[in-house]
Design a protein around this ligand. Structure first.
Ligand code: FEO
Length: 409
Protein backbone atom coordinates (compact mmCIF):
# COMPACT_ATOMS: atom_id res chain seq x y z
CA UNK A 1 0.00 0.00 0.00
CA UNK A 2 1.37 3.38 -1.03
CA UNK A 3 1.10 5.56 2.07
CA UNK A 4 3.43 8.41 1.07
CA UNK A 5 1.79 11.75 0.27
CA UNK A 6 5.00 13.72 -0.16
CA UNK A 7 8.60 13.11 0.81
CA UNK A 8 8.51 12.53 4.59
CA UNK A 9 4.74 13.02 4.78
CA UNK A 10 3.00 9.68 5.34
CA UNK A 11 -0.42 8.24 6.12
CA UNK A 12 -0.29 6.39 9.47
CA UNK A 13 -4.01 5.80 10.10
CA UNK A 14 -6.23 2.74 10.37
CA UNK A 15 -8.53 1.06 7.84
CA UNK A 16 -11.59 -0.51 9.48
CA UNK A 17 -12.91 -3.06 6.99
CA UNK A 18 -15.58 -4.46 9.29
CA UNK A 19 -17.53 -1.50 10.67
CA UNK A 20 -21.09 -1.35 9.34
CA UNK A 21 -22.75 1.04 11.79
CA UNK A 22 -21.17 4.42 12.44
CA UNK A 23 -23.71 5.97 14.83
CA UNK A 24 -26.54 4.91 12.46
CA UNK A 25 -24.59 5.71 9.30
CA UNK A 26 -24.61 2.38 7.45
CA UNK A 27 -21.00 2.04 6.37
CA UNK A 28 -21.45 -0.66 3.75
CA UNK A 29 -17.83 -0.30 2.60
CA UNK A 30 -16.26 0.13 6.03
CA UNK A 31 -14.36 3.22 7.14
CA UNK A 32 -10.91 4.68 7.61
CA UNK A 33 -9.47 6.95 10.26
CA UNK A 34 -6.68 8.96 8.73
CA UNK A 35 -3.70 10.24 10.59
CA UNK A 36 -0.64 11.76 8.95
CA UNK A 37 2.98 12.06 9.99
CA UNK A 38 4.97 15.09 8.82
CA UNK A 39 8.71 14.67 9.38
CA UNK A 40 10.91 17.74 9.12
CA UNK A 41 13.33 19.38 11.56
CA UNK A 42 10.31 19.09 13.83
CA UNK A 43 7.88 16.20 13.52
CA UNK A 44 4.10 16.56 13.66
CA UNK A 45 1.33 14.01 13.84
CA UNK A 46 -1.87 15.31 12.24
CA UNK A 47 -4.91 13.88 14.04
CA UNK A 48 -5.21 10.51 15.74
CA UNK A 49 -7.77 7.71 15.36
CA UNK A 50 -10.62 6.05 17.24
CA UNK A 51 -9.53 4.90 20.69
CA UNK A 52 -9.44 1.13 19.94
CA UNK A 53 -7.00 1.71 17.08
CA UNK A 54 -4.54 4.03 18.86
CA UNK A 55 -1.94 1.29 19.25
CA UNK A 56 -2.12 0.51 15.51
CA UNK A 57 -1.47 4.19 14.85
CA UNK A 58 1.49 4.18 17.21
CA UNK A 59 2.91 1.09 15.49
CA UNK A 60 2.61 2.84 12.11
CA UNK A 61 4.39 5.89 13.52
CA UNK A 62 7.09 3.75 15.12
CA UNK A 63 7.86 2.17 11.76
CA UNK A 64 8.85 5.62 10.48
CA UNK A 65 10.36 7.37 13.48
CA UNK A 66 11.05 7.02 17.16
CA UNK A 67 8.02 8.00 19.23
CA UNK A 68 10.19 10.33 21.30
CA UNK A 69 10.85 12.34 18.13
CA UNK A 70 7.28 13.58 17.80
CA UNK A 71 7.14 17.28 18.66
CA UNK A 72 3.51 18.11 17.89
CA UNK A 73 0.17 16.36 17.75
CA UNK A 74 -2.34 18.48 15.84
CA UNK A 75 -5.98 17.92 16.74
CA UNK A 76 -8.17 19.31 13.96
CA UNK A 77 -11.40 17.96 15.44
CA UNK A 78 -12.42 16.71 18.89
CA UNK A 79 -14.95 14.07 17.79
CA UNK A 80 -13.97 10.65 19.17
CA UNK A 81 -13.36 9.04 15.78
CA UNK A 82 -10.31 11.32 15.52
CA UNK A 83 -9.50 12.41 19.05
CA UNK A 84 -10.51 9.21 20.86
CA UNK A 85 -6.95 7.94 20.58
CA UNK A 86 -5.42 11.12 22.02
CA UNK A 87 -5.03 9.97 25.66
CA UNK A 88 -3.16 6.84 24.57
CA UNK A 89 -1.11 8.74 21.99
CA UNK A 90 -0.19 11.64 24.28
CA UNK A 91 0.91 9.16 26.93
CA UNK A 92 3.12 7.37 24.41
CA UNK A 93 4.70 10.57 23.05
CA UNK A 94 6.54 12.13 25.98
CA UNK A 95 7.96 15.03 23.96
CA UNK A 96 4.79 16.03 22.15
CA UNK A 97 2.78 19.22 22.46
CA UNK A 98 -0.88 19.11 21.53
CA UNK A 99 -1.79 21.80 18.98
CA UNK A 100 -5.42 22.85 18.64
CA UNK A 101 -7.71 25.82 18.90
CA UNK A 102 -9.36 27.17 22.05
CA UNK A 103 -12.72 25.53 21.39
CA UNK A 104 -10.98 22.22 20.87
CA UNK A 105 -9.24 22.50 24.26
CA UNK A 106 -12.66 23.02 25.86
CA UNK A 107 -14.19 20.09 23.95
CA UNK A 108 -11.32 17.74 24.78
CA UNK A 109 -11.47 18.64 28.46
CA UNK A 110 -15.12 17.54 28.47
CA UNK A 111 -14.42 14.30 26.67
CA UNK A 112 -11.67 12.84 28.73
CA UNK A 113 -11.80 11.83 32.33
CA UNK A 114 -9.06 13.97 33.71
CA UNK A 115 -8.87 11.79 36.83
CA UNK A 116 -7.61 9.00 34.61
CA UNK A 117 -6.00 10.72 31.67
CA UNK A 118 -4.73 13.83 33.44
CA UNK A 119 -5.15 16.19 30.50
CA UNK A 120 -3.74 18.94 32.68
CA UNK A 121 -0.39 17.24 32.17
CA UNK A 122 -0.60 17.61 28.41
CA UNK A 123 1.40 20.46 26.98
CA UNK A 124 -1.03 22.39 24.80
CA UNK A 125 -0.32 25.07 22.24
CA UNK A 126 -3.48 26.99 21.40
CA UNK A 127 -3.67 28.27 17.84
CA UNK A 128 -6.23 30.28 15.93
CA UNK A 129 -7.05 30.90 12.29
CA UNK A 130 -4.04 32.25 10.42
CA UNK A 131 -1.47 31.07 12.96
CA UNK A 132 1.52 29.19 11.61
CA UNK A 133 3.88 26.64 13.12
CA UNK A 134 7.25 26.22 11.37
CA UNK A 135 8.54 22.65 11.21
CA UNK A 136 11.73 23.40 9.26
CA UNK A 137 11.39 23.29 5.50
CA UNK A 138 7.61 23.15 5.87
CA UNK A 139 5.05 25.18 7.82
CA UNK A 140 1.73 24.24 9.36
CA UNK A 141 -0.91 26.88 8.81
CA UNK A 142 -4.22 26.66 10.70
CA UNK A 143 -7.66 27.63 9.42
CA UNK A 144 -10.71 27.50 11.69
CA UNK A 145 -13.70 25.86 9.99
CA UNK A 146 -16.45 26.03 12.62
CA UNK A 147 -19.34 23.57 12.18
CA UNK A 148 -17.55 21.64 9.46
CA UNK A 149 -18.13 19.43 11.33
CA UNK A 150 -18.13 20.65 14.97
CA UNK A 151 -17.58 24.13 16.48
CA UNK A 152 -13.85 23.50 17.08
CA UNK A 153 -13.11 22.00 13.65
CA UNK A 154 -10.14 23.34 11.75
CA UNK A 155 -8.02 22.63 8.69
CA UNK A 156 -4.24 22.41 8.68
CA UNK A 157 -2.45 23.52 5.51
CA UNK A 158 1.15 23.08 4.42
CA UNK A 159 1.68 25.82 1.82
CA UNK A 160 5.13 24.56 0.75
CA UNK A 161 3.52 21.25 -0.27
CA UNK A 162 0.15 22.69 -1.36
CA UNK A 163 -1.33 20.08 0.94
CA UNK A 164 -4.56 20.57 2.90
CA UNK A 165 -5.50 18.33 5.84
CA UNK A 166 -9.24 18.85 5.66
CA UNK A 167 -10.44 16.75 8.60
CA UNK A 168 -14.05 15.55 7.98
CA UNK A 169 -14.57 17.71 4.89
CA UNK A 170 -14.14 15.84 1.59
CA UNK A 171 -14.09 12.55 3.52
CA UNK A 172 -15.70 9.22 2.74
CA UNK A 173 -16.47 6.16 4.82
CA UNK A 174 -14.62 3.82 2.52
CA UNK A 175 -12.20 1.06 3.46
CA UNK A 176 -9.74 0.50 0.61
CA UNK A 177 -6.21 -0.69 0.06
CA UNK A 178 -5.69 2.41 -2.13
CA UNK A 179 -4.93 5.61 -0.28
CA UNK A 180 -5.39 7.99 -3.24
CA UNK A 181 -8.35 8.94 -5.45
CA UNK A 182 -6.65 7.55 -8.56
CA UNK A 183 -6.17 4.16 -6.92
CA UNK A 184 -9.90 3.41 -6.50
CA UNK A 185 -12.89 3.37 -8.90
CA UNK A 186 -14.00 6.98 -9.33
CA UNK A 187 -17.74 6.21 -9.44
CA UNK A 188 -17.52 4.29 -6.15
CA UNK A 189 -15.46 7.05 -4.59
CA UNK A 190 -17.95 9.75 -5.58
CA UNK A 191 -20.83 7.59 -4.37
CA UNK A 192 -19.20 7.27 -0.95
CA UNK A 193 -18.24 10.97 -0.85
CA UNK A 194 -21.86 11.85 -1.58
CA UNK A 195 -23.23 9.45 1.06
CA UNK A 196 -20.75 10.93 3.56
CA UNK A 197 -21.78 14.49 2.71
CA UNK A 198 -25.51 13.65 2.84
CA UNK A 199 -25.24 11.91 6.19
CA UNK A 200 -22.65 13.99 8.04
CA UNK A 201 -22.37 17.41 6.44
CA UNK A 202 -25.82 18.34 5.02
CA UNK A 203 -26.90 20.47 8.02
CA UNK A 204 -23.87 22.72 7.57
CA UNK A 205 -24.27 23.79 3.94
CA UNK A 206 -23.74 27.49 4.67
CA UNK A 207 -20.56 26.78 6.59
CA UNK A 208 -19.34 24.50 3.79
CA UNK A 209 -19.90 27.30 1.29
CA UNK A 210 -17.71 29.54 3.48
CA UNK A 211 -15.01 26.91 3.69
CA UNK A 212 -15.03 26.48 -0.09
CA UNK A 213 -14.50 30.23 -0.43
CA UNK A 214 -11.55 30.04 1.95
CA UNK A 215 -10.14 27.01 0.17
CA UNK A 216 -10.34 28.83 -3.15
CA UNK A 217 -7.76 31.31 -1.81
CA UNK A 218 -5.26 28.50 -1.19
CA UNK A 219 -3.01 26.90 -3.77
CA UNK A 220 -3.96 23.24 -3.27
CA UNK A 221 -2.59 20.19 -5.03
CA UNK A 222 -3.66 17.58 -2.52
CA UNK A 223 -6.52 17.28 -0.02
CA UNK A 224 -6.01 14.76 2.77
CA UNK A 225 -9.25 14.24 4.71
CA UNK A 226 -9.61 12.43 8.01
CA UNK A 227 -11.68 9.67 6.37
CA UNK A 228 -11.24 7.79 3.13
CA UNK A 229 -8.88 8.37 0.26
CA UNK A 230 -6.70 11.39 -0.45
CA UNK A 231 -7.66 13.69 -3.32
CA UNK A 232 -4.88 14.50 -5.78
CA UNK A 233 -6.28 13.72 -9.27
CA UNK A 234 -9.94 14.64 -8.79
CA UNK A 235 -9.78 17.78 -6.66
CA UNK A 236 -11.84 19.85 -9.11
CA UNK A 237 -14.52 17.16 -9.22
CA UNK A 238 -14.95 16.90 -5.45
CA UNK A 239 -14.89 20.68 -4.98
CA UNK A 240 -17.56 21.12 -7.68
CA UNK A 241 -19.62 18.36 -6.07
CA UNK A 242 -19.35 20.11 -2.68
CA UNK A 243 -20.58 23.34 -4.27
CA UNK A 244 -23.69 21.49 -5.49
CA UNK A 245 -24.24 19.52 -2.30
CA UNK A 246 -23.82 22.56 -0.05
CA UNK A 247 -27.00 24.04 -1.57
CA UNK A 248 -28.72 20.65 -2.16
CA UNK A 249 -28.74 21.57 -5.84
CA UNK A 250 -31.52 19.47 -7.40
CA UNK A 251 -31.25 17.19 -10.37
CA UNK A 252 -34.35 16.38 -12.42
CA UNK A 253 -35.00 13.59 -10.00
CA UNK A 254 -38.14 12.32 -8.26
CA UNK A 255 -37.86 10.22 -5.14
CA UNK A 256 -40.76 8.05 -3.99
CA UNK A 257 -40.27 6.80 -0.42
CA UNK A 258 -42.82 4.71 1.43
CA UNK A 259 -43.66 2.23 4.13
CA UNK A 260 -46.67 -0.01 3.82
CA UNK A 261 -48.69 -2.57 5.81
CA UNK A 262 -50.80 -4.60 3.33
CA UNK A 263 -49.23 -3.11 0.21
CA UNK A 264 -51.94 -0.49 -0.37
CA UNK A 265 -49.42 2.32 0.14
CA UNK A 266 -46.98 0.19 -1.86
CA UNK A 267 -49.39 0.12 -4.80
CA UNK A 268 -49.82 3.87 -4.56
CA UNK A 269 -46.03 4.32 -4.46
CA UNK A 270 -45.56 2.21 -7.58
CA UNK A 271 -48.28 4.14 -9.43
CA UNK A 272 -46.70 7.49 -8.44
CA UNK A 273 -43.30 6.18 -9.52
CA UNK A 274 -44.75 4.98 -12.82
CA UNK A 275 -46.25 8.42 -13.47
CA UNK A 276 -42.96 10.11 -12.52
CA UNK A 277 -40.88 8.04 -14.93
CA UNK A 278 -40.87 10.64 -17.69
CA UNK A 279 -38.12 11.02 -20.27
CA UNK A 280 -35.27 13.06 -18.87
CA UNK A 281 -36.28 12.43 -15.27
CA UNK A 282 -34.60 10.06 -12.86
CA UNK A 283 -37.31 8.37 -10.76
CA UNK A 284 -36.23 6.41 -7.67
CA UNK A 285 -38.49 4.13 -5.62
CA UNK A 286 -37.54 3.19 -2.04
CA UNK A 287 -39.36 0.91 0.38
CA UNK A 288 -38.14 2.23 3.73
CA UNK A 289 -37.83 -1.18 5.41
CA UNK A 290 -35.87 -2.57 2.45
CA UNK A 291 -33.43 0.35 2.64
CA UNK A 292 -31.60 2.34 5.32
CA UNK A 293 -31.24 5.90 6.57
CA UNK A 294 -27.93 6.46 4.79
CA UNK A 295 -29.26 5.46 1.37
CA UNK A 296 -32.41 7.53 1.82
CA UNK A 297 -30.55 10.67 2.99
CA UNK A 298 -28.17 10.31 0.04
CA UNK A 299 -31.01 10.01 -2.46
CA UNK A 300 -32.80 13.02 -0.95
CA UNK A 301 -29.71 15.25 -1.24
CA UNK A 302 -29.99 15.85 -4.98
CA UNK A 303 -33.67 15.04 -5.58
CA UNK A 304 -35.87 17.90 -6.70
CA UNK A 305 -39.18 16.41 -5.62
CA UNK A 306 -40.20 13.76 -3.11
CA UNK A 307 -43.40 11.77 -2.59
CA UNK A 308 -43.36 10.35 0.93
CA UNK A 309 -45.89 7.69 1.82
CA UNK A 310 -47.00 5.88 4.92
CA UNK A 311 -49.87 3.60 5.75
CA UNK A 312 -51.86 4.56 8.84
CA UNK A 313 -50.95 2.68 12.00
CA UNK A 314 -52.50 3.51 15.36
CA UNK A 315 -53.74 6.86 14.01
CA UNK A 316 -50.31 7.89 12.88
CA UNK A 317 -47.57 6.99 10.45
CA UNK A 318 -45.60 3.73 10.35
CA UNK A 319 -42.73 3.77 12.89
CA UNK A 320 -39.91 3.54 10.35
CA UNK A 321 -41.46 6.33 8.30
CA UNK A 322 -41.29 8.38 11.48
CA UNK A 323 -37.64 7.45 11.95
CA UNK A 324 -36.76 8.56 8.42
CA UNK A 325 -38.59 11.86 8.81
CA UNK A 326 -36.92 12.51 12.17
CA UNK A 327 -33.56 11.86 10.55
CA UNK A 328 -34.29 14.10 7.57
CA UNK A 329 -35.58 16.86 9.85
CA UNK A 330 -32.20 16.91 11.57
CA UNK A 331 -30.24 16.85 8.32
CA UNK A 332 -32.31 19.78 6.97
CA UNK A 333 -31.97 19.22 3.22
CA UNK A 334 -33.27 22.43 1.68
CA UNK A 335 -35.21 23.38 -1.43
CA UNK A 336 -37.30 20.23 -1.88
CA UNK A 337 -40.92 20.02 -3.03
CA UNK A 338 -43.31 17.12 -2.63
CA UNK A 339 -46.38 15.66 -1.04
CA UNK A 340 -47.54 12.94 1.32
CA UNK A 341 -49.55 9.88 0.45
CA UNK A 342 -50.78 6.67 2.03
CA UNK A 343 -53.64 4.41 3.01
CA UNK A 344 -55.95 4.28 6.00
CA UNK A 345 -58.76 2.06 7.27
CA UNK A 346 -61.35 3.09 9.84
CA UNK A 347 -59.11 5.71 11.40
CA UNK A 348 -57.07 8.34 9.59
CA UNK A 349 -53.69 9.85 10.40
CA UNK A 350 -50.72 8.34 8.50
CA UNK A 351 -50.51 10.49 5.37
CA UNK A 352 -51.66 13.57 7.29
CA UNK A 353 -48.82 13.13 9.81
CA UNK A 354 -46.30 12.78 6.98
CA UNK A 355 -47.66 15.92 5.31
CA UNK A 356 -47.22 17.87 8.56
CA UNK A 357 -43.59 16.73 8.77
CA UNK A 358 -42.84 17.77 5.18
CA UNK A 359 -44.28 21.20 5.90
CA UNK A 360 -42.34 21.50 9.16
CA UNK A 361 -39.12 20.76 7.27
CA UNK A 362 -39.79 23.83 5.13
CA UNK A 363 -40.38 21.84 1.96
CA UNK A 364 -42.83 23.13 -0.60
CA UNK A 365 -45.94 20.98 -0.14
CA UNK A 366 -47.55 20.65 -3.56
CA UNK A 367 -50.91 19.20 -2.60
CA UNK A 368 -53.07 17.74 0.15
CA UNK A 369 -52.09 14.18 1.12
CA UNK A 370 -53.10 11.65 -1.50
CA UNK A 371 -55.09 8.95 0.29
CA UNK A 372 -56.77 5.59 -0.24
CA UNK A 373 -59.18 3.90 2.16
CA UNK A 374 -58.15 0.26 2.58
CA UNK A 375 -57.16 -0.38 -1.07
CA UNK A 376 -56.26 2.04 -3.86
CA UNK A 377 -59.04 1.47 -6.40
CA UNK A 378 -58.36 2.19 -10.12
CA UNK A 379 -59.48 5.82 -9.77
CA UNK A 380 -56.98 6.40 -6.95
CA UNK A 381 -54.21 4.65 -8.85
CA UNK A 382 -54.92 6.94 -11.82
CA UNK A 383 -54.70 9.89 -9.45
CA UNK A 384 -51.35 8.58 -8.19
CA UNK A 385 -49.98 8.33 -11.73
CA UNK A 386 -51.11 11.88 -12.44
CA UNK A 387 -49.55 13.11 -9.20
CA UNK A 388 -46.30 11.33 -10.12
CA UNK A 389 -46.30 12.98 -13.52
CA UNK A 390 -46.83 16.38 -11.89
CA UNK A 391 -43.89 15.68 -9.56
CA UNK A 392 -41.68 14.87 -12.54
CA UNK A 393 -42.72 18.04 -14.35
CA UNK A 394 -41.98 20.04 -11.20
CA UNK A 395 -38.56 18.38 -11.00
CA UNK A 396 -37.84 19.39 -14.59
CA UNK A 397 -38.79 22.99 -13.72
CA UNK A 398 -36.52 22.95 -10.68
CA UNK A 399 -33.52 21.70 -12.71
CA UNK A 400 -34.18 23.54 -15.95
CA UNK A 401 -30.72 23.34 -17.50
CA UNK A 402 -29.64 20.28 -19.39
CA UNK A 403 -26.46 20.27 -17.28
CA UNK A 404 -28.51 20.31 -14.05
CA UNK A 405 -30.74 17.50 -15.24
CA UNK A 406 -27.84 15.25 -16.08
CA UNK A 407 -25.45 15.80 -13.20
CA UNK A 408 -24.54 12.30 -12.24
CA UNK A 409 -22.62 12.74 -9.02
FE1 FEO B 1 -15.03 12.13 11.54
FE2 FEO B 1 -16.84 14.70 12.86
O1 FEO B 1 -15.77 13.17 12.88
Amino acid sequence: MNTTLRKNIDWVGYVDWTIRDFHSYETARGATYNSYLVRDEKTALIDTVKAPFADRLLRNVSALTDLSDIDYVVCNHAEPDHAGGLPRVMKALPGATLVCNKKCVAALSRHFDTAHFDTSAWRIRVVTSGDTLPLGQRTLQFIDTPMVHWPESMFTFIPEEKLLFSMDAFGQHYATSGRFDDEVPLCTLMEEAKAYYATIVTPYGKQVAGVLEQAATLDIEMIAPAHGVIWRSQIAKIVEAYKDWSVCRPKAKVLVIYDTMWDSTGQMARAIHQGASLAGVEAVLIHIRRSNLTTIATEVLDSATVAFGSATLNRGMMPMAGAVLTYLKGLRPVGKAGFAFGSYGWGKGGPEAVGDCLENMGWQVLREPLKAQYRPMPKVRDECREAGKALAQKALEMAPNREDRQRSV
